[in-house]
Design a protein around this ligand. Structure first.
Ligand SMILES: [Fe+2]
Ligand SMILES: [Fe+2]
Length: 236
């Protein structure tokens, strides 16, 4: 097994900053004059182009034809589809995080394997809850809704961090924090949307999901605080 959590903030072989090579700085600046931009225009032209393309684009996603689904359920089904997608990804993220713990070990005050397995299982329960609600609303849980597609694209980098074999447990907890923040906010918004639509029977079930996500957030935040304290001590 690898040594516990290599301290990546110690001096290493990173040469990205210019301060390490002031002698090359002047050459670099001269290079920008010699080899100018390969295209004309600036930020204004970029913005103009973005707007032009946006105005002729189609939506990135749509809901399926609504032959059997009450049309008033569609906005909620779209958001439920996003939670289903995100919870599925959440299970995979925690599975990958458990591998990090097995590979790199944990740290004093950090998560145990049982802690991470519990959260993974809660993400899985959320997935099943959302699936049940979609079916109750006469939707199809296999649909990739527009919101689901959006969240999948937005969270792509998190998966990249978790499956990179070089990232350790603490680095992956940083990525998990981003996921938990987004997840908690999204459960809150989902519950509010259901209440606004008069689906008061769904409110308590969705609020329960939000409460569990709030617990996840507190746990991950505490682990990262302890990790920061340990990193600070390691530098002393
Ligand atoms: Fe979740
Ligand atoms: Fe969570």
């Amino acid at each position: 097994m690898k040594p516990q959590l290599p301290n990546v903030t110690r001096p290493g072989s990173n040469h990205t900053g210019i301060a390490l090579h002031p002698d090359f700085a002047a050459d670099m600046l001269q290079g920008t004059e010699e080899f100018g931009p390969t295209t004309r225009g600036g930020a204004d032209q970029l913005a103009e182009n973005r707007i032009r393309v946006a105005q002729i684009s189609q939506p990135a996603g749509t809901m399926p034809p609504t032959l059997d689904v009450p049309i008033e359920n569609l906005p909620l089904l779209d958001k439920l589809g996003a939670r289903l997608q995100f919870e599925r990804t959440g299970v995979r993220l925690y599975q990958a995080l458990i591998s990090k713990l097995d590979a790199y070990g944990t740290f004093p005050g950090g998560p145990s394997r049982a802690d991470l397995e519990q959260i993974r299982d809660e993400e899985h329960r959320h997935l099943l809850l959302v699936q049940d609600i979609i079916e109750e609303l006469e939707g199809d849980p296999t649909v990739v809704t527009p919101c689901a597609n959006l969240q999948a694209v937005a969270s792509r980098g998190l998966c990249d961090v978790l499956v990179d074999p070089r990232t350790n447990l603490i680095e992956c907890l940083e990525a998990i924090m981003v996921a938990e923040l987004a997840d908690h906010e999204s459960w809150e918004l989902l519950a509010t949307t259901a209440e606004l639509m008069g689906k008061s029977d769904l409110g308590p079930r969705l609020r329960e999901g939000e409460r569990t996500e709030a617990e996840h957030l507190v746990k991950v935040r505490n682990w990262l605080v302890v990790a920061s304290q340990l990193a600070t001590k390691a530098v002393d």
